[in-house]
Design a binder for this molecule. Structure first.
Ligand SMILES: Cc1cc2nc3c(=O)[nH]c(=O)nc-3n(C[C@H](O)[C@H](O)[C@H](O)COP(=O)(O)OP(=O)(O)OC[C@H]3O[C@@H](n4cnc5c(N)ncnc54)[C@H](O)[C@@H]3O)c2cc1C
Length: 252
């Protein structure tokens, strides 16, 4: 009998860059065409591997920003860390037509699918919005009306990733509320929150614990720990709070 090896989610595959788009001054979305992509669920991530001419390799994880409905195209959104090894290349150097090595989708825990229901509470710090945006895009594509709230923490108004698309989603879909907090600078006349996420803010924005929201928290490690601990303090069931930390890849 003929034996064939099927391309699996843990084999590296070559993705071609088909579009790039600046989201903010420090973040860029990269849309990839993946001929052998086996599909993904909102919230999953991929590993990207870069190889230098001398053979040196660097690998990093990036969440998938696009919904499953757009497969076999996959969009990542990368924030540039000026002293970083990989993110400056992905945000500044990569061009349409370039190829990237990628494997995935990875992760089965930090995942939301429309049939999982809600209410759905999403808490994002900076680029932690990326996998949560995949959930919102999937919710919209599936025509879902699950009651959903996003609490999105950014440094300033100009740093809000997907700002216009979030505004459009609020206008064009039902039962979605988006609340921003701007931690470092606020535009004139800003009436929203202007501090880091704390228990008081979560008490005001999240549903009460007896409504048992299904919660996804994503962002830098200290942000995720504060937000999750605050929710537990407010009486939310830890089993309903899923977290994803964007610390350096491989961090414990
Ligand atoms: C599951 C997962 C999903 C991720 N998804 C995304 C995503 O969608 N978009 C995105 O932009 N990033 C994401 N990240 C982070 C990403 O993997 C890299 O860590 C990030 O791009 C930095 O890589 P670098 O090579 O540029 O920096 P490095 O050369 O690795 O690090 C440079 C400096 O920055 C610090 N550092 C590294 N990572 C971070 C970080 N995330 N925040 C603050 N400081 C950091 C390091 O300690 C070091 O001082 C994700 C990480 C994980 C684990």
């Amino acid at each position: 009998m003929e034996r064939r090896t099927l391309p699996g989610r843990l084999s590296w595959q070559l993705a071609e860059v088909v579009a790039t788009q600046a989201e903010t001054a420090r973040t860029r979305s990269i849309t990839l065409d993946l001929p052998t992509w086996m599909g993904h669920r909102a919230g999953q991530h991929v590993d990207v591997r870069l190889t230098a001419e001398d053979g040196y390799q660097a690998e990093r994880s990036y969440s998938i920003a696009s919904p499953p409905e757009e497969a076999p195209r996959v969009t990542l959104t990368v924030e540039r860390l000026d002293d970083g090894e990989v993110s400056p290349y992905l945000t500044e150097e990569l061009r349409v037509g370039d190829k990237l090595e990628l494997r995935g989708p990875i992760g089965g825990y930090f995942v939301w699918e429309a049939q999982m229901g809600g209410p759905l509470l999403l808490v994002a710090g900076g680029s932690g919005i990326v996998p949560l945006m995949a959930m919102l895009r999937h919710r919209a594509a599936a025509g879902g009306s699950v009651a959903t709230r996003l609490l999105d923490s950014s440094r300033s108004y100009a740093d809000i990733i997907y700002r216009d698309e979030l505004d459009r989603l609020v206008k064009n879909t039902t039962m979605l509320e988006v609340v921003h907090t701007l931690t470092r600078a606020q535009p004139p006349g800003w009436t929203g929150y202007h501090r880091r996420i704390d228990p008081e803010m979560l008490r005001e924005v999240a549903w009460s614990s007896d409504q048992r929201p299904l919660t996804f928290v994503c962002g830098p490690t200290p942000f995720v720990e504060t937000a999750a601990a605050s929710l537990v303090t407010l009486g939310h069931d830890p089993a309903r709070i899923k977290t994803e930390r964007f610390g350096p890849t491989g961090e414990a």
